[in-house]
Design a protein around this ligand. Structure first.
Ligand SMILES: [Zn+2]
Length: 130
């Protein structure tokens, strides 16, 4: 790390000679640059990329729904599976910022379900008419 700090200091010194910087600015800049140089040198990205699985919007896909806890994909995120993470569906939705009524089901199944519900309602209506 020392090596990176030295390199960072050189960069910041150059910056500080061009424009006025507060001590705080200099310190935080040195830290930032040092971490950046270290990351590049060691081949790790500076900002940790958030895994796809944890983006609730992207977790529910056409043919699969991804468990934000373990990253596995399912057709339906069951209570039983969530229980294996010590979560209830309600807690799960809260934890990952889903709306309360978000179905934890892949989109194609959601559509199928809706269709079935509609059909059922139609059947009910027909039944009433008789
Ligand atoms: Zn899981």
């Amino acid at each position: 790390m020392e090596e990176y700090l030295k390199q960072a200091l050189e960069i910041v010194k150059a910056q500080a000679s061009v424009r006025t910087m507060t001590e705080e600015e200099i310190t935080s800049m040195v830290q930032k640059i040092a971490t950046g140089i270290q990351a590049i040198a060691e081949g790790t990205p500076t900002t940790e990329e958030e895994p796809m699985a944890c983006e609730p919007n992207k977790a529910i896909r056409e043919k699969s729904v991804i468990c934000c806890v373990c990253g596995k994909s399912f057709k339906i995120l069951t209570k039983k599976h969530l229980a294996s993470h010590d979560l209830t569906p309600v807690e799960y939705r809260e934890k990952f910022g889903y709306k309360k009524n978000t179905p934890l089901v892949c989109k194609s199944l959601q559509r199928e379900r809706r269709k079935k519900m509609k059909e059922m309602q139609l059947w009910k209506k027909r039944g009433k008419k008789k």
